[in-house]
Design a protein around this ligand. Sequence first.
Ligand code: FES
Length: 170
Amino acid sequence: MNEAKLQEAIANPSNLGEMEDADAMGTVGSPECGDMIRMWLKFSEKDGRKVIDRASFQSFGCQTAIAVASVATEMLKGKTIEDAMAMTAEDMSQPLGALPPMKIHCGQMVEGALRAALEQDAAGRGMEAASPMSEPVTIPGAPMLAESLQVSKTAAGKIKIVFEQPESEA
Ligand code: FES
């Protein structure tokens, strides 16, 4: 793990904060550690293809997730939707070096937030809509999370991802 890069990203994270004019938003939480990450995306067009113009995030609680989200949101600029969809947590945390085993889920949270935002956009639901959930079930024993949260799994089924129902925004 690149400790210097990690500390730099934690001390001075890039793209931190809500994006007022976002086109898509995804939120995930981990019932295990209680942390949450939200990612906003703004799209533009380049050479006739839809690309990510910029990405921003908020993270509640975890410094490693902040660091991964910081480098990931930088990496996402200019990526096509297909390229962004293909990015794994490992790709996104690559500038920080390999994450220690107990921090791997922090990177997966960032991947989950990105996917939630991309899926929301793909479904054409706009910013008012809820993040997509496949076969949602209520979280058993995650008292630190809002009752409106529901749980699903990543495509790989590696960790539990909690998709938040975003508030309707005018
Ligand atoms: Fe859970 Fe980092 S400790 S997201």
